[in-house]
Ligand binder design. Structure first.
Ligand code: CLF
Ligand code: SF4
Length: 505
């Protein structure tokens, strides 16, 4: 096994982090009144909601007021989006038209966000015209915004008054010396400022804007990009600071860096974290604030549930001509259906927790799940483009991460080298829960020590994970299996974040 990172030893895992089942479902610290209700149907603010609800972004904000070393201005804002992705830019009027068109086709849509392609608050006219237009046209949709925070203090009151109840500020450092290694310049007071002075102003403005947003009752999330050797050891300090300010959620996400992105980091060889390094930093940060582990680093024109990308189906050229009718009643029916589903999923989970209550606490495992959504194990192994990774013990399942893979089965045929890569990506898992799996991959999974499990096909994810655990415990008790040991980490070349060829629209 590879040596652990210093940070993993310095900061122990949050064994009693206070969540019943991972991020998004119960707070680690007291949160503002009504916050959980507001987060409930937001797919980013609630891990559970991301199985049921979709978000969309409208790319109305081209300009930016700072430079990040992981960003190339030709592409979207990498504070929220994958680098190397170009989104279709919209006018505010086009954005509202697109929102209504998507809302008519996607009843699970619950949130509209502005996350680029530059910084929304460096483009205040476009941003506010868009937010106001959406609030008028589809008032039941939540409004969300992601910013680097430099101009937040100037606009935060207007954001609150237009109905932005969910706000993300990207804070990669609170120490200006660290910040200066991430931000080469900011545009401030009509001048371009560099180095530690620029980083200090940016950090001061981020923290002041964030404090005001919390004071105004906005549900705040902080994004932090893990940059190995630059801010990885510093991020727990960021987590402690933002927790003390009343931030609801911390999204600790990996730097994605490649020479073809044309960024400073990409061109100078700054790498992103391995899956193991990312997990270690997340553990270090989770001690202090509730952590988001299901972020997909989506495009600035993303459409659909997290993990799916329907943006191409809703390009400007494909929008229906003329004003679209809003379909609020269909969205209301979806929300009601989700509440019924939630009651069933929760009942199944409670029943499964009772089943495992008396198994030894030493019995635990790491399990991959293939899902298309709705909280079910409902995807074929060969069709999966990502797996959710859970740690499970008798206290319940806990989402660790999601891992992108290349789809193994295309047109009925499986690619051998793709399967090898999937096996590497799941190397630290004891089992994989799928709706179905072919004979060949099933054999290779088993040979690699990853148990392919189809017994829970189309069953609730949480209850299925606990069912697998109960069965594991029985086999260990019967002497059929040894107590599962921690398995080897995925190969360093298999990161937890998408490393697919950059999409350039
Ligand atoms: Fe968009 Fe961001 Fe709002 Fe979500 S995304 S502005 S909070 S509606 Fe979500 Fe996408 Fe991660 Fe962002 S998965 S990149 S955290
Ligand atoms: Fe790029 Fe976003 Fe940073 Fe601006 S804030 S430089 S758009 S990553």
């Amino acid at each position: 096994m590879k040596p652990r990172l210093p940070i993993a030893d310095a900061v122990p895992p949050a064994a009693n982090c206070g969540f019943s089942r991972g991020c998004g479902d119960a707070p680690a610290t007291p949160v503002p009144e009504g916050a959980l209700e507001r987060a409930r149907n937001h797919p980013c603010y609630s891990e559970e909601a991301h199985h049921h609800f979709a978000r969309m972004h409208v790319a109305v904000a081209p300009a930016c007021n700072i430079q990040c070393h992981y960003c190339n201005r030709k592409y979207d804002c990498s504070n929220e989006s994958r680098p190397g992705v170009v989104s279709e830019r919209l006018t505010p009027e086009q954005a509202v038209r697109k929102v209504l068109a998507v809302a008519a086709e996607v009843p699970s849509l619950s949130v509209v966000g502005i996350a680029g392609p530059g910084d929304p608050l460096a483009n205040p006219r476009q941003t506010f015209e868009t937010l106001e237009g959406i609030a008028r046209a589809a008032p039941d949709l939540k409004l969300c915004l992601s910013t680097n925070g430099l101009a937040l203090l100037d606009h935060v009151e207007r954001l609150a008054s237009v109905g932005v109840h969910h706000l993300t500020v990207t804070i990669n450092a609170i120490d200006p010396e660290v910040g200066a290694r991430i931000y080469p310049w900011i545009s401030w007071g009509g001048r371009r400022l560099h180095g530690v002075e620029a980083a200090r102003i940016l950090i001061d403005r981020q923290l002041a804007g964030l404090a005001k947003a919390v004071e105004l009752g906005i549900l705040c999330k902080v994004n932090s990009v893990v940059i190995p050797g630059v801010n990885d050891l510093h991020l727990p300090e960021v987590a402690r600071r933002v927790k003390s300010m009343g931030v609801f959620l911390h999204n600790v996400m990996p730097l994605i860096s490649a020479p073809e992105h044309g960024t400073h980091y990409g061109l100078t060889g700054q790498r992103g974290p391995t899956a193991e390094e990312l997990e270690a930093v997340q553990r270090g940060c989770e001690v202090d604030v509730k952590l988001m582990r299901h972020c997909r680093q989506c495009r600035a024109d993303a459409v659909g549930r997290l993990g799916e990308d329907r943006s191409q189906a809703f390009s400007l050229a494909k929008l229906p001509p003329g004003p679209a009718q809003d379909a609020a009643d269909v969205r209301g029916a979806h929300r009601a259906a989700v509440e019924r589903t939630r009651r069933k999923l929760d009942a199944a989970r409670q029943e499964a927790l009772r089943l495992v209550a008396s198994i030894p606490e030493t019995i635990s495992g790491r399990v991959a799940v293939a899902t298309k959504g709705d909280g079910l194990v409902n995807q074929h192994f060969g069709h999966a483009r990502e797996f959710l990774i859970y740690d499970v013990d008798r206290a319940g399942p806990r989402l660790v991460s999601h891992r992108k893979v290349e789809q193994y089965c295309v047109g009925g045929d499986g690619e051998e080298d793709v399967l090898t890569s999937v096996l590497r990506t799941l190397a630290d898992c004891h089992a994989v829960l799928v709706a179905k799996v072919g004979h060949c991959p099933s054999g290779q999974l088993a040979a690699a020590g990853i148990e392919p499990v189809t017994d829970f096909a189309f069953q609730p994810i949480d209850a299925s994970l606990l069912g697998w655990l109960a069965r594991l415990s029985e086999r260990v008790s019967a002497g059929e299996l040894p107590l599962p040991a921690r398995r080897a980490e995925p190969a360093p070349s298999e990161p937890s974040a998408p490393r697919a060829k950059p999409q350039v629209a």
